[in-house]
Design a protein around this ligand. Sequence first.
Ligand code: TIU
Length: 350
Amino acid sequence: MKTLFVNGTLMRGLALHPNLDGAEFLGECKTAPKYRLYSINDIHPGMYKVQAGGVAVSGELYRLSDETWQKVKAGEPRHLYCGPVELENGKTVDGILYPESKAEKYLDISKYGDWRKYMASKNKQEVFTMKHIMAEPYEFDFEPKETALVMIDMQRDFLEPGGFGEMLGNDVSRLRTSIKPAKKVLDAARKAKMPVIHTREGHADHLLDLQPNKKIRGRGDKSIGDLGPMGRILVRGEKGHDIIPELYPIEGELVVDKPGKDAFYATDLEHVLRQRGIKYLILGGVTTEVCVHTTVRAANDRGFECLVVADATGSYFPEFQRVGLEMIKAQGGIFGWVANSDAVVKGLEP
Ligand code: TIU
């Protein structure tokens, strides 16, 4: 059996924490006066242990089985951790704490004594702007100032008949369900004044940036650079290469032209993102398993936190759409997070 201190006194009666199901409530208590309180989005006080000073933190004690304890530890969002906490009576128990690295960013409200006094104070200020999107495998925490929306290859060549997608033998109408959700997210990002980046797959008219393997792949009658109903297939400056009118970039939005599936390959995307201090990416676009996946994997390896907007992506193959999204969020979010456009729009609201 374990005794667990849970920061805050709001849990009991409020359906508890689902992970705490089966835990026995032992009562309200306070920590020893040695923790600092931080405001987290005006919702919940965070805290971390300090060498000296600080305040007592109100919370609740629970008794749990080792099995429930493992569940609690595994189920806690990544921005929390479980660590030792000293109570007012001198006893040390396990507690759910905010890690120092996160808490440092937050406003120190220890001088107010406790959370309720801080909330009631006139000086309450919001210095911390971290937001959340309800996503899978768990919520996506992001700092809006460090977040960009990336729309991958929403081009006529993939979404309209007569382009590259159709040339490869695909039913392009399958991708079109992504347009409305993508527009919703685009509008929300624009409203939130979030940087928006559009990518386009394609090649220069001289085709010197077209790898021979890409040119001949598919053994079709036509290949990249040949003339189709929307101009030369997947060639920059042609009608088919351009972004569909529904999602057309507006002034100030960056368009990154890419010769490959990975938006980082042979482009200045990484440089531009780093230069603007971007750490979080919200991504939509086509196709899920090709350019979206390749780009998300590349971004993840570069340290960007990626959220893929499920219904704002599309595939020519329904099973690839499903499995492509599964692969991103599997294994605890091995490549990133997945959420629907409604959840993303809600998360971007002021
Ligand atoms: N063929 C296919 O599914 N996709 C691509 O070739 N490019 C992108 O995904 N953009």
